[in-house]
Design a protein around this ligand. Structure first.
Ligand SMILES: Nc1ncnc2c1ncn2[C@@H]1O[C@H](COP(=O)(O)OP(=O)(O)OP(=O)(O)O)[C@@H](O)[C@H]1O
Length: 585
């Protein structure tokens, strides 16, 4: 962020955050009115107290006692009601806005994924989704309305004090300005520290998440000490940032208390001078002192909140960075009838690099996959197999060349239609914490239970599912029944079969299966996907052998293509790959 941007960042944040309240403007007006009512009833109760002291001095307290008690009770009740109303309405609005933020953030992540994950670790992203949004509660429940209350209430009190002692009004105005200057003076430091604290927290969260996700590896690879050191270093960094932040917070608070204290003293001296020298009624003394203290009260309160603006706006920046992230691919929005599209895939001179400063992941590759053909993509690690799949699924766009389906450039097909064309099974299968039946039905929400079970039978999943304690109603996923890698993979294959798309994309569909299940699944894919075009990343010999044709990738280029027999006879790249790779045997 450059200096010019930094200068306007607070204003920009206030404007864009305030716009979020537009939808709830009537409630905000009600909250502000309740806030002003709350502050004025505090003033009324305090002035009543001061008046009581005055009456006692003048010896008239017993005559007025009934009125004093009645008025004090009324002020207290009014205060309680206004306070409750302000809190309820502010928090109602704040939590609604936070929910809006969360929904929009998730939409953005969906829209820009995987671009967002390229620049942010998943732990940092989770930190924004949860922690940064939570911080916004301060702004919506305790800042926006409070600022207006802190302006309106002192103005009303100053009008009243002006009638009694104008000179003190002017002095109080000076103290109010001094109080407001303190957070403005510390603004740059507060913003910088707020940014650093939120970033350090997000990094520490990311390391903690890494520890949870990689717990198995940490234990089996004896990485415990190494991980703990790394975790400690991040926590230490976070502690230092938080401590500097708190020190500045303390200094600001101390200065604000000083302003409050000195203003009280000055008000007391001025009021005393007027009572002593100017003949003002003694009973007015306490009223004046209380009124002047009340003028500054809301101003100090809002300045106290402003001490945390650094954190609030740093969190807002991080939220908007996700909301405004640009997607890597533009959706043409061009919906087509996918039934009219022949499932023929054509890569035409495709080149792609993940970042400009990196080497090409694939370079000038061309191949055609006929409709209904089952093709395996083979190659050593890093050869560019997954990249081809990513480009085909349009998670990224090609840098040069183009990919066509049924002769149509995939950039001219809407992402929704493109998604209808493919059913994918990737290596990391995610199961939601819902019954297995519903996990499979995600493939096609309109499928009947019978259709779901038919797909599970084809994927050789039916048997093990029915043996589970609750059969198809067994809750899978985190917190549910623990399934093996192979079982999860078969559920994902059932999902793909159920979806019934004309193109099936597998990132090694059988990698987690034993030999018996691997053979069965290969047969099932051959039979069930007879009319589908199938693209498989192959890490196993069985996948390579089962394919109609193999495309061999080497260092981002197509090294050779052909049937298994042709390539074996050729004695070229595939033969060497099979000889050198243990997994391929
Ligand atoms: N997200 C990414 N950002 C930057 N570079 C990447 C990214 N993903 C892959 N690469 C690089 O692109 C090249 C091709 O990777 P790719 O994942 O396509 O290979 P692969 O053949 O699928 O390998 P593997 O069999 O190990 O999965 C590699 O050099 C890899 O380091």
């Amino acid at each position: 962020m450059n200096k010019e941007e930094q200068k306007f960042t607070r204003l920009k944040n206030v404007i864009r955050l305030s716009k979020r309240l537009k939808k709830y403007r009537l409630r905000m007006v009600a909250a502000i009115a309740a806030g002003v009512g709350n502050q004025l009833s505090i003033v009324a109760a305090s002035v009543l107290g001061a008046w009581t002291v005055g009456l006692a001095i003048d010896g008239k307290l017993m005559q007025e006692l009934n009125y004093v008690i009645a008025a004090t009770i009324a002020a207290i009740i009014i205060r309680i009601v206004f306070y409750a109303l302000e809190m309820w309405i502010c928090h109602d609005v704040a939590f609604k806005v936070l929910a809006d933020f969360r929904i929009q953030l998730f939409d953005s992540i969906e829209r820009v994924s995987p671009a967002i994950l390229l620049n942010m670790r998943s732990g940092q992203l989770a930190s924004t989704l949860m922690g940064d949004v939570e911080i916004m509660e301060w702004f919506f429940a305790h800042t926006f309305g409070s600022v207006l209350v802190a302006v309106i209430t002192p103005v009303i009190l100053m009008i009243i004090l002006w009638q009694i002692l104008p000179i003190l009004d002017l002095v109080m105005l000076l103290f109010a300005v001094a109080a407001v200057i303190i957070p403005i003076w510390m603004k740059k430091k507060a913003d910088e520290q707020g940014r650093e604290v939120r970033e350090a927290l997000a990094d520490a969260n990311a390391v903690t998440l890494e520890g949870v996700q990689g717990l198995k590896e940490i234990l089996t690879l004896n990485y415990r000490t190494g991980y703990e050191e790394k975790n400690r270093a991040y926590l230490e960094r976070m502690y230092k940032k938080q401590f500097s932040y708190s020190k500045r917070l303390g200094t600001e608070g101390m200065l604000l208390q000083m302003v409050l204290g000195v203003s009280g003293l000055v008000a007391a001296l001025i009021a005393a001078w007027y009572v002593g020298k100017d003949g003002m009624a003694a009973s007015m003394y306490t009223i004046i002192v209380v009124l002047s203290a009340m003028i500054l009260g809301p101003v100090i309160e809002i300045c106290n909140t402003a001490r945390n603006f650094g954190l609030i706006f740093a969190a807002a920046d991080r939220i908007y960075r996700v909301l405004e992230a640009k997607p890597l691919v533009q959706d043409s929005g061009n919906d087509i009838n996918t039934k009219d599209l022949t499932p023929e895939i054509c890569f035409e001179n495709v080149s792609f690099r993940y970042r400009e400063d990196l080497e090409a992941a694939v370079e000038d590759i061309s191949f055609r996959i006929q409709p209904g053909e089952h093709v395996a993509i083979a190659g050593a690690s890093g050869a560019g197999k997954t990249t081809c799949i990513q480009l085909l699924l349009r998670n990224w766009d090609t840098e040069k060349g183009c990919i066509r389906i049924g002769g149509k450039d995939i950039r001219d097909i809407s992402l929704r239609s493109l998604n209808e064309m493919y059913a994918t099974v990737l290596q990391d299968v995610y199961l939601f914490q819902i019954p297995i039946l519903e996990n499979i039905r995600l493939g096609r929400s309109s499928a009947t239970d019978e259709e779901v079970m038919e797909a599970a039978r084809k994927a050789f999943a039916h048997e093990f599912i029915t043996e589970l304690p609750d059969g198809y109603q067994t809750i899978a996923g985190e917190g549910g029944v623990k399934l093996s890698g192979g079982q999860r993979q078969r559920i994902a294959i059932a999902r793909a079969f159920l979806k019934g798309s004309p193109i099936l994309v597998f990132d090694e569909a059988v990698s987690n299966l034993d030999t018996e299940n691997e053979r069965k699944i290969q047969e099932s894919i051959e039979q069930s996907a007879q009319n589908c075009t199938v693209v498989m990343i192959a890490h196993r010999m069985s996948t390579i052998k089962s394919a109609d044709r193999i495309i061999c990738m080497d260092h981002g280029k197509v090294a050779e293509m052909g049937t298994f027999e042709e390539l074996m006879k050729k004695n070229g790249y595939l033969k060497k790959l099979l000889e050198n790779s243990e997994d391929m045997k």
